[in-house]
Design a protein around this ligand. Structure first.
Ligand SMILES: *[C@@H]1O[C@H](CO)[C@@H](O)[C@H](O)[C@H]1NC(C)=O
Length: 273
């Protein structure tokens, strides 16, 4: 089953429903078993062939579609970068996550995140890579649409309380994302803390994120994140990461970030996919 991202946004109030819907449900109806199916099952049992159903059950996690066209974020993020980033990098994390979890219970992505570090590098890196990218695509919008969005009163009051002002939050975020502060590959996040009463600026290496136990001082709930891996910007910006980071603000969908903020405070959980 494949649900579009537009649908997933609508389901945001129903984490459990979304988590279970994003899992493959592929148990065939036994009442409909035909001669051909009996033959196929027999053959599969004898020769160890994967039937379509078996092949599907190994694929618990799906690559979501982008909620816009590859070129929609131009000129700030170029179409070739978006295509490679989504179709190659994100797709590879999903494929490797499915490989790493093959034959095991398909956990909802948020459960997977919480224990990702303890689960070892394959789940940590590929699970994180899947969650982080799915999160990232959703918070962005074409610049003309993004310009019409703004932080909610709830979000703005948390920003004011935690950083002083939106401009100050942006300045601190940009400083945290600079190569000198976040060396190598990683992500920068704005999160709601455990208590649900403040925002925190967090940098994580590789594909870690603050939902993972042990990634930060406490588990926190991301509401905004930025990929600062070279694969996210190198084709257009080469070594000019700070320019990529400051241009990022032109693409932030503050309505979605506000929705994330309301959701994580109400549910005391991360945004689900
Ligand atoms: C946040 O601070 C700005 C000034 O920096 C102010 O204009 C705005 O009303 C404040 N909003 C909230 C919700 O506190």
């Amino acid at each position: 089953m494949k649900l579009s991202f537009a649908v997933s946004a609508g389901l945001i109030g129903s984490a459990a429903a979304w988590s279970s819907m994003s899992m493959k449900s592929d148990i065939p109806s036994s009442a409909a078993t035909s001669r051909r199916e009996i033959f196929q099952k027999g053959a599969a049992a004898v020769f160890g062939l994967a039937t379509a159903a078996n092949a599907q059950s190994a694929r618990a996690y799906d690559l979501p579609d982008l909620p816009y066209a590859f070129e929609a974020l131009e000129p700030y993020i170029d179409a070739p970068t978006m295509k490679i980033h989504h179709d190659k990098h994100h797709a590879t994390y999903v494929a490797n996550l499915n490989k790493a979890t093959e034959g095991k219970e398909a956990k909802p992505i948020l459960d997977l995140m919480e224990d990702a570090i303890a689960a070892g590098p394959a789940v940590r890196n590929n699970g994180g890579g899947h969650y982080n990218h799915a999160f990232f695509w959703e918070e962005l919008a074409p610049a003309d649409q993004a310009a019409k969005t703004k932080p909610s009163e709830q979000l703005l009051s948390l920003i004011n309380k935690s950083f002083g002002s939106l401009d100050e939050m942006k300045a601190q975020f940009e400083a945290r994302a600079a190569p000198g502060a976040l060396f190598g590959s990683g992500w920068v996040w704005i999160c709601v803390n455990q208590a649900g009463d403040a925002l925190k600026l967090v940098g994580t290496p590789n594909q870690d994120n603050p939902l993972m136990k042990g990634a930060a001082d406490e588990i926190m709930f991301p509401i905004l994140g930025l990929d600062v891996w070279e694969h996210a910007y190198y084709l257009k910006y080469q070594n000019r990461r700070p320019e990529y980071v400051s241009n990022f603000w032109n693409l932030v969908n503050w309505d979605k970030v506000s929705q994330n903020c309301a959701y994580v405070i109400e549910k005391h959980a991360g945004v689900p996919f």
